[in-house]
Each structure stands twice: as C-alpha cells, then as structure tokens.
Design a binder for this molecule. Structure first.
Ligand SMILES: NC(=O)c1ccc[n+]([C@@H]2O[C@H](COP(=O)([O-])OP(=O)(O)OC[C@H]3O[C@@H](n4cnc5c(N)ncnc54)[C@H](OP(=O)(O)O)[C@@H]3O)[C@@H](O)[C@H]2O)c1
Length: 256
C-alpha cells in the first residue's frame, strides 16, 4: 500500500523546484489528484519561469515560495508561510543541489581545493537539508504516514568511491547522508510516522549533469520524467523500517 493510499489528505513540499528533478516532481505530483496542496520553493524568479507558469495553471493546488536554502531566516519564513495554511506535510522532497556554479567547479585534484568553495558545497548540499529538518519538524508531528526524502548522490557513498575527484560534492553528499541519518533517529522519537530517506536519482539530464554527460551511455542517462517516476516508486514502496536508509533509483540500498 502506498503512503498516499493510507491517508485522505496529502500535502507535499518540493524544495528546489525551479528546474531539473524538483520541477519534475511538481509536474508529476500535479497529475495526482490525491495530492491536495503542493508547496514548491525556488531561489530565483529567472530560473523558475516554468514553475511560475504552472502556478497560473493550478492556482488552488500549487503554492510557490521563494527560499535560498543557505539562509536560515528564509527557511523559517517559508515554513511559517506553509503553517499559515496547513498543519501537516506528508511528502517533502529536497531536490536542492550544487555541483557547479560560476567559480565553484568540481575539483579534479588537490591543487584545486579551495576552502571557500568547499564551504559553499556544504552550505547548499548538506546544511540545507538539516535546516529543513529542524524547521519542518512541527509539520511532521501527526499520525499520518509521511516521507521526508533528500536527493543525495551515489558519489557521496564513501564505500563506493573508486575514482576520487569532486572532493567538495562527494564530501557534502556524504555529510548530507550523515545529517539525515541523524534526523531519522531523532524523528523516530519525535514523529515516528515519518520516514527519512536519502535517494540517488541516477544520472539525469539536467543543468547539473549537462557538462559531464559525455561519457554516460544513452541508456544510463535518464530523462527527468523517468527519474521522478522511479523515485516516486521507491518512495511508495518504503516500509516502516526503512527510515535512515540510502536508496538508489531502483530501490536497492547503497553503501555508506
Ligand atoms: N542530475 C543528476 O545527474 C544528478 C545525479 C545525482 C544526484 N543529483 C542530485 O539531484 C538533485 C537535483 O539536481 P538536478 O539534477 O535537478 O539539478 P538542477 O537542475 O541544477 O537543480 C538544482 C536545484 O537546486 C536549486 N538550488 C541550488 N542552490 C540553491 C540554494 N542555495 N537555495 C535554494 N535552491 C538552490 C536550484 O535552484 P536555481 O534554479 O535557483 O539554481 C535548482 O532548483 C541535487 O541534489 C543533485 O545533487 C543529480
């Protein structure tokens, strides 16, 4: 039974919904009538034009909120706005992620290590999720089954790392996994019906992967639609004991 079948009123929050996988989640969830309200965050109006256009099409169900995940005050304000409308969330997917942005580019070797750039990776990829967990907690304190998923990455697996490189991105995703594993343990005490999971989406055709798609065989490069369908299938099949786990797009467990 899927988590949405167990409840009759479902509110979702997609964080980082301006483009890529986050926007794909919003588009797919809007097709599902069981989802009553979808809150979607964006950082910058310019890159969020498709999301904003969807809001005009679904004014009752889609609520767009601006939020930079590195600014705790903005996270708090976003949660405050959600709480003026609803007192429960059932599905939260944090799709925010940074691999390259201006002068922040993945490191090929130690020569390129720069403390400021490393901090930027951690601020966006790791700390953002735990800030969300801190402020969203009241919206998970209910008796309905719910899921809080963070999009991680297989390259954040320490056990799986055979290639090296991408110091900041890899380490920040490993830190994300540790943060959310901790959150799973604490949520297990405070809101035990919420499953906290980390999900690897597979290489997906988005802005983030575009510069690195050259060596990816066509069958291993997923469209956003395919990735979202696969990740929603993983989410729907989650069992009670799965909180705190790191899953790949096909539902298999990934090593830490
Ligand atoms: N694509 C892949 O192959 C792949 C593989 C493994 C894991 N992932 C992970 O999947 C997730 C989604 O990535 P994607 O491929 O969809 O990339 P994307 O198209 O670049 O989307 C990234 C999203 O993160 C938002 N974002 C970045 N910095 C932010 C900040 N400081 N505050 C708030 N939002 C911010 C972006 O907003 P703006 O539009 O404002 O920049 C955008 O909505 C990421 O966590 C990524 O690490 C992707």
């Amino acid at each position: 039974m899927s988590f949405v079948d167990e409840i009759n009123y479902t509110n979702a929050l997609i964080v980082g919904a301006s483009q890529g996988i986050g926007l794909g989640f919003v588009q797919t969830l809007l097709q599902d009538d069981r989802i009553v309200k979808i809150y979607a965050t964006y950082r910058d109006l310019e890159s969020a034009s498709e999301l904003i256009a969807l809001k005009d099409k679904y004014p009752e169900r889609l609520i767009c909120l601006s939020m930079d995940i590195t600014d705790e005050l903005q996270v708090m304000e976003c949660v405050r706005q959600i709480r003026t409308e609803v007192n429960k969330l059932h599905l939260v997917v944090n799709c925010v992620g940074l691999l390259h942005e201006g002068s922040v580019q993945p490191e090929k070797s130690l020569r390129q290590i720069d403390p400021e750039r490393l901090l930027r990776y951690f601020q966006v990829n790791s700390i953002g999720s735990v800030l969300l967990a801190k402020h969203l907690l009241p919206l998970f304190k209910h008796r309905d089954r719910s899921v809080f998923a963070s999009i991680s990455a297989k390259v954040g697996s320490i056990g799986d790392n055979q290639l090296g490189g991408w110091y900041g991105y890899r380490a920040s995703k490993a830190a994300l996994n540790m943060f959310m594993r901790n959150v799973a343990i604490e949520y297990g005490r405070t809101c035990p019906k919420t499953l906290v999971v980390m999900l690897h989406p597979g290489t997906t055709d988005t802005r983030l992967s575009r510069p690195y798609q050259g060596n990816v065989p066509a069958e291993k490069l997923f469209s956003v639609e395919r990735t979202v369908t696969q990740l929603l299938a993983v989410i729907e099949q989650l069992q009670d004991g799965d909180s705190g786990q790191f899953f790949s797009w096909d539902g298999s467990r990934l090593p830490w």
